[in-house]
Design a protein around this ligand. Structure first.
Ligand SMILES: Nc1ncnc2c1ncn2[C@@H]1O[C@H](COP(=O)(O)OP(=O)(O)OP(=O)(O)O)[C@@H](O)[C@H]1O
Length: 549
């Protein structure tokens, strides 16, 4: 551990103590030596006794900066680990921070472009349009085409700060992992590593630009989502230049109502967008908080979304996707047994789980949902409640699904805000059923054959040779197997013989010892002991030596 991480570690602990977060630790984690170290190294008192634990953690993370803010946001989706109160507080973490000096922004932009701003842009505005913990956004006009653009530039030295914090987090996670032992299923190192991949992606604006280009291509011609045009040649790791969009922030319901936006259609399109990105494209925007989503001002009766900030994108493997879709469908059909089965099949809970007990627990979570009015049912919470239930049954934490949960919660919150009567089930179910049919039906089989056709036509001429080689190999293998079997049988015979001799020698030696105690049978005792020794020697020498077959 470097001196810088030690110093940062000290600062982090000080901030946590300042918010009295040591009070919430169970006494088993604060033995006398920890309390003594706290008293002698950190002279801080909890100055926020009036606030609840979740709020104190939120404030501490806000003070600690971008890495902790985003980590807190991610943790807020882990209701399988945190209580509702803590998760809700963490979900409120905001990373709006005071802007940094425009002169610094200008020099950072020019360093990336390798040219003065004025040579490429007109009307560069020194007052930022927005300023977040990782970057700052300025407006300008592109000289070459006269179009309005925004320049998103990273904060000075943000990479060093993020890397130092991540190093420390990983170190702590490794300690926690060791402390919890090999059997723990929380996998803190994996959680931090997963988070690390996410936040490091945000630090590279070139990557964000490429993500935006890919997402835009996936939704070309769509009437549901618009992604601003990215000027790829002007994008660099610390700078991104893109079309400036004019839209209404999705959280501004008043403005949306004022222009007569069709909110029902908009909410339904939100759900459709989520499922299309996850299931059709396997490339989903995983940072869909309201600050990143705007609504078109054009044709409000047929509104579309405008998506910004493609720094965090998610994808699931084929198995997870299939499992997830089946899980949702089983839930729609109230097939709790299937849900329980799916958890075991996908390896989320151990195969030793009592399926019937788990099914009952799942039923307890899901059934009350169906008795509620639709606008009170939360899709995301059902999933989270299922995770929490599964935790009692030894759940394995699935980092790849954390992003998805977070996205689902955002989408749902959004849909509910736009159109509270939104019938999530009716909107999502046909989509999922269609997707499942495409995955398992004859159409899916035909598609798979079609996809693999070039591969097979390429390999076909090699078939006769391959068959001949395999037959030869098979014959050789058969011979080898026969030899192995023979060797194994010989080994067993030897082992039996040796065991028989050793046991017999033991019997003879015991008898000899007993006879030795009676003076009139001394010659018999000597004979038994002698025979025992000879038989033992024979047994020992005849034992099989080579265990390799
Ligand atoms: N193309 C654009 N057109 C107009 N405004 C934009 C554009 N891109 C970004 N903004 C404005 O800048 C704000 C911050 O942008 P963005 O979300 O990309 O930054 P960020 O640093 O990644 O923030 P966060 O991580 O908190 O989402 C947006 O909420 C929006 O108001």
């Amino acid at each position: 551990m470097t001196l810088a991480s030690l110093r940062r570690g000290y600062q982090v602990v000080r901030t946590l103590l300042h918010y009295g977060l040591d009070d919430v630790l169970p006494p088993s984690l604060t033995p006398w030596y920890v309390r003594a170290a706290r008293m002698s190294l950190f002279w801080v008192r909890n100055k926020h006794k009036d606030k609840c634990g979740g709020e104190r953690l939120k404030l501490a993370m806000q003070e600690l900066g971008p890495v902790y803010i985003k980590f807190g946001q991610m943790l807020s989706t882990r209701r399988d680990l945190l209580s509702d109160e803590w998760a809700e507080e963490l979900a409120m973490l905001q990373d709006r921070v005071p802007p940094f000096d425009a002169a610094l922004a200008r020099s950072a932009i020019e360093a990336e472009l390798g040219a003065p701003i004025d040579s490429l842009f007109d009307d560069f505005d020194d007052t930022p349009l927005a300023s977040a913990s990782i970057s700052q956004v300025h407006t300008a006009t592109l000289k070459s085409n006269g179009k309005a653009v925004v320049l998103k530039v990273l904060r000075p030295n943000v990479e060093e700060k993020v890397h130092a914090d991540l190093e420390l987090m990983l170190q702590v996670a490794t300690w926690v992992d060791r402390l919890l032992g090999s059997g723990n299923r929380l996998r803190p190192v994996e959680v931090v590593e997963d988070y690390q991949n996410t936040i490091l992606g945000e630090l590279n604006l070139k990557l964000e630009a490429l993500n935006a280009i890919k997402l835009k291509a996936n939704f070309e011609g769509s009437d549901a989502l618009y992604i601003p045009y990215v000027y790829e040649s002007l994008c660099h790791p610390r700078l991104m230049v893109m079309e400036r969009i004019e839209g209404i922030p999705v959280s501004d319901i008043e403005a949306l109502n004022a222009q007569g936006t069709n909110l029902k259609l908009l909410a339904e399109r939100g759900v459709e967008l989520f499922f299309t990105q996850v299931f059709r494209d396997n490339f989903f925007h995983a940072d869909m908080h309201p600050g990143n989503i705007f609504i078109s001002r054009e044709h409000p009766e047929n509104p579309y979304y405008i998506g910004l900030d493609c720094g965090i994108m998610g994808s699931l493997n084929e198995e997870d996707k299939r499992y997830l879709a089946e899980n949702f469908l089983a839930f729609f059909n109230r097939d709790y047994h299937r849900i329980a089965q799916l958890y075991v099949e996908s390896g989320w809970v151990s195969s030793n789980t009592d399926i019937l007990a788990f099914e009952q627990a799942v039923k307890l979570v899901c059934e009350p949902m169906f008795n509620k009015p639709l606008n009170e049912i939360s899709f995301g919470h059902v999933l989270l409640e299922l995770f929490r239930t599964a935790r009692r049954f030894d759940i394995v934490v699935q980092p790849q699904l954390v992003l998805l949960e977070k996205t689902l919660l955002y989408i749902e919150g959004l849909g509910r805000q736009l159109y509270p009567q939104l019938d999530l089930w009716q909107t999502a179910k046909p989509f999922l059923e269609r997707w499942m049919a495409e995955q398992v039906g004859p159409k899916a089989m035909f598609k798979k054959v079609q996809t693999n056709l070039p591969f097979w036509s390429d390999k076909l001429p090699e078939f006769p040779e391959l068959i001949y080689d395999n037959l030869k190999l098979g014959r050789k293998l058969l011979g080898t197997q026969q030899q192995m079997l023979d060797r194994y049988l010989k080994y067993q015979q030897k082992a039996h013989k040796s065991n028989f001799l050793l046991i017999s020698s033991a019997v003879l030696l015991i008898c000899g010892t007993i006879l030795f105690a009676q003076t009139d049978t001394l010659w018999l005792a000597a004979a038994c002991l002698g025979a025992g020794a000879i038989v033992w020697l024979a047994g020992w020498r005849s034992r099989p030596k080579n265990r390799k077959f």
